[in-house]
Design a binder for this molecule. Structure first.
Ligand code: URP
Ligand code: ZN
Ligand code: ZN
Length: 487
């Protein structure tokens, strides 16, 4: 059945216009004034509302096995909550155990995601290095539509990788035309600081931010950027939470390096005072990495989103209920790290960003979908409202209000860091695959209809980067001896 969204204002990252939007076969067929409704079409009244590309959350962890437990949100509940929040695509992470085949882990995640009701795609983490890993990265990139690989510089003795792995994997990404990404925190330093805090008898959640100060993130961001620069690869830094990491990205960009930054909605509005709550469970609920920061970092993050240092917003949606957080009752290093956010990212960004004059509506679109689609090679299939693009949309009520709460949210977790926050700007209707899946505060979703969206590699863009690299300098860890490189 076709769908006509009538009377709204279409907002793309680069222009805004009053227009109707006609969808059929899961694709936008027409955008323009006074479109005719085909016989039998469903008509959605968008008068007074904005019609925007569906949000893309580039950083989620549904059903992630992590720190001795499994994240409580699965692919069905998580994509449903995403749709309720105006998101029509998530990029989740396949995280192989060290020594596990990347392909085997990818297949495991594909099976877990079969129940999704919203669309999804995957980054794959490189948690160890071998010829097999190198080979399987190629298979994933060429045959399975994986064009980004993640590297954890923290979580020592679990999924952390050292600089030698970063260098070899970044080089491999470059060769494949895939985007390397990093969780930037110095895991060795975190490990030592955790040990010292425990030895000093500081065992509660208040120790979590003390063990991972902003310098830990700044150092790792600088190091990853330097390694990417030496190899000649671009780099995407996930969940940038502090001024130090932003400055590292800004410096690299000013020097002509392609480095991208992602900011979480949570870090924009929550600060580190939450860890000083004397109620253990209340404070533990906020344990995530990087941790919440002193308030002044929030100004730097908002500025970074506006000045182009950071390009995307995400949530790192990784849910653990109170009984799971309680695993760390005697030892803060055992509190599973992660917080929820997918359902509220767009509203928080609109309310705190657009309503408070920090962002324009077009910047909001860029930061919630378009830039992610471009960086991860999904554009213009996603991130744009135009004929030929996927019918993955949100009809946004800029004046609608809501009080965010774990009592009313759709996320499968008993806590939200946004509890009690009053937002203005809410998704009125979400359209996925050309169908209305969220309307009047109700979900109309079906388990298993979410689709895996493959993302091809970027050979053309990366060829250009390679040409520049070879002209400018020989690449370390290249298979081509430098003396054979011909400019
Ligand atoms: O605390 C977090 N962020 N948990 C999820 C894993 C990660 O680091 O992204
Ligand atoms: Zn992380
Ligand atoms: Zn994460």
């Amino acid at each position: 059945m076709s769908l006509l969204i009538r009377g709204g204002t279409v907002v793309n990252a680069d222009y805004t216009t009053r227009a109707d939007v006609l969808c059929d076969g899961g694709v936008i067929q027409a955008v323009g004034p006074d479109l005719e409704a085909p016989a039998g079409a469903r008509v959605v009244d968008a008068g007074g509302a904005l019609v925007m590309p569906g949000g893309i959350d580039p950083h989620t962890h549904m059903e992630l096995p992590f720190m001795g437990t499994v994240a409580s949100e699965n692919f069905f509940t998580g994509t449903a909550a995403g749709l309720a929040g105006g998101n029509t695509l998530i990029i989740d992470f396949v995280i192989p155990q060290p020594q596990q085949s990347l392909l085997e882990a990818y297949e495991q995640w594909r099976r877990k995601a079969d129940k999704a009701c919203g669309d999804y795609t995957f980054h794959v983490a490189v948690t160890w290095w071998s010829d097999q890993v190198e080979e399987e990265m190629g298979v994933l990139a060429r045959e399975h539509g994986v064009n980004s690989f993640k590297h954890f510089m923290a979580y020592k003795n679990a999924i952390m990788v050292e600089d030698d792995v970063l260098m070899q994997s970044f080089r491999r990404c470059l060769e494949l035309g895939a985007m390397p990404t990093v969780h930037a925190e110095n895991g060795e330093v975190v490990y030592l600081m955790q040990k010292a805090l425990l030895e000093a008898g500081i065992t509660g959640p208040e120790a979590h931010p003390l063990s991972r100060p902003a310098e830990v993130e700044g150092e790792a961001a600088n190091r990853a950027i330097s390694i990417a620069g030496m190899v000649g690869a671009p780099l995407y830094v996930v969940h940038v939470s502090c001024k130090e990491a932003l400055e590292a990205i800004a410096r690299a960009r000013a020097a002509g390096q392609r480095v991208y930054g992602e900011v979480l909605a949570q870090h924009l509005v929550v600060d580190d005072s939450v860890y000083r709550n004397t109620d253990w469970a209340e404070a533990a609920a906020y344990v995530m990495s990087p941790p919440f920061r002193p308030k002044h970092h929030q100004d730097a993050l908002w500025a970074g989103l506006v000045n182009g240092t950071a390009q995307t917003t995400a949530t790192d949606h990784c849910c653990f209920c109170a009984d799971q957080k309680a695993m760390g009752r005697e030892d803060f290093t055992r509190i599973p790290n992660g917080t929820a956010g997918i359902e509220h990212r767009m509203s928080v960004l609109w309310s705190e960003g657009v309503r408070k004059g920090r962002l324009t509506p077009q910047e909001f679109v860029a930061l919630t979908s378009t830039n992610t689609a471009q960086i991860f090679n999904l554009y213009p299939q996603r991130g744009r409202v135009a004929p030929g693009c996927d019918a993955a949309l949100v009809v946004w009520d800029p004046n609608g209000t809501q009080t965010l709460s774990a009592k009313t949210h759709h996320q499968n977790v008993d806590f939200t860091v946004f509890e009690g926050m009053e937002v203005t700007g809410i998704p009125a209707v979400t359209v996925s695959d050309g169908k209305v899946v969220w309307e009047n505060g109700q979900l109309h979703v079906e388990e298993g209809v979410g689709r895996y969206i493959p993302r091809p590699t970027f050979p053309v863009v990366f060829d250009a980067i390679n040409i520049r690299n070879e002209v400018l300098r020989p690449r370390p860890v290249s298979r081509t001896p430098s003396h054979e490189v011909t400019p």
